[in-house]
Write a protein that binds this ligand. Sequence first.
Ligand code: SF4
Length: 63
Amino acid sequence: MQITVDAEKCCGAGQCVLVAPEVFDQRDEDGVVVVLDATPPADQHALVEEAAQVCPAAVITLS
Ligand code: SF4
């Protein structure tokens, strides 16, 4: 799994961080998403898929 995010369109809602805190974080200054692990281990995949689904800006892409 490879994670890409379009940080330009991230609205800083933080839903991804709530769902998968080991993979996503937010910048302190503006809340924009930070990907901590762009190629997460298998045990994180379900959470990452959920995070992508709940992201209100739909900026998390998985491949
Ligand atoms: S859920 Fe989406 S919009 Fe919200 S911080 Fe994460 S990537 Fe950004």
